[in-house]
Design a binder for this molecule. Sequence first.
Ligand SMILES: *[C@@H]1O[C@H](CO)[C@@H](O)[C@H](O)[C@H]1NC(C)=O
Ligand SMILES: *[C@@H]1O[C@H](CO)[C@@H](O)[C@H](O)[C@H]1NC(C)=O
Length: 284
Amino acid sequence: MATVLCVILYVLALLCSVIARPATFLQYFRIAWSDSHIRQTEEGKAIQLLLDQTSGCGFASKYKYLFGRVSMKIKLIQGDSAGTVTAFYMNSDTDTIRDELDFEFLGNRTGQPYTVQTNVYAHGKGDREQRINLWFDPSLEFHTYSIMWNHRHVVFYVDEVPIRVYKNNEAKGIPYPKFQPMGVYSTLWEADDWATRGGLEKIDWSKAPFYAYYKDFDIEGCPVPGPTNCASNTTNWWEGAAYQDLSPAEARRYRWVRSNHMIYDYCADKSRYPVTPPECMAGI
Ligand SMILES: *[C@@H]1O[C@H](CO)[C@@H](O)[C@H](O)[C@H]1NC(C)=O
Ligand SMILES: *[C@@H]1O[C@H](CO)[C@@H](O)[C@H](O)[C@H]1NC(C)=O
């Protein structure tokens, strides 16, 4: 009896380890910019990005995707990261009609909070920046950053906390990314002309090289090219009932972020937008 139980447990454990085994970097991605500045570690399951005075670096997904969810764990540059930007985004690469969903992590002086800027481009129109300061120091440990994109909305998550929602309001004439597949990208570069306190704080190159760390890569979505009709298949889990709206618990956390951690919202920027953009009235 005990042996049978043991065998069953053993098989279960084996199955779990297969299912839960984290993907390798190269399973989903390729290096897109500066080979010499990206190093694979943990048998390819993690990577290290490096920024120095000669170059930043970046990687890109092998496929583009139409709807789905992408997530990864990132540990940002520690200490004095002022003037650096680490970005994690999706982009259709279609120039004037591009769709793009951005996470940008703006570095800061030691002890000052990182800022997370998000932006949404739909059919070539962006300028929808929001900024929050995180409720933890993102350089001390890995945290999960995800973008969930279905027919109903786009949700940006930090550790399962929704920090931003962009709803499909096509019925009100508001563009929504829906037709163009997007690739997944990440870059680390210097942007000390704008990133930290609007460009006032410059990179301290004496602290270089700067390192950011990534692991637990996960992309679930409809690859393009890929199965026909995948994107419109309503049985895809990301189109499921649980992902049509924020759950009450998620909605609470979302409101908590907005009231306690939001430091900039284009929706409230009257000097830029004397008339509030229509998507801002849409709620969640
Ligand atoms: C950096 O820290 C300053 C001072 O606390 C803060 O005003 C700013 O929002 C932080 N983030 C950036 C990217 O400048
Ligand atoms: C939708 O996806 C399911 C699960 O992957 C698959 O079995 C089914 O054939 C798909 N339907 C269509 C119309 O492609």
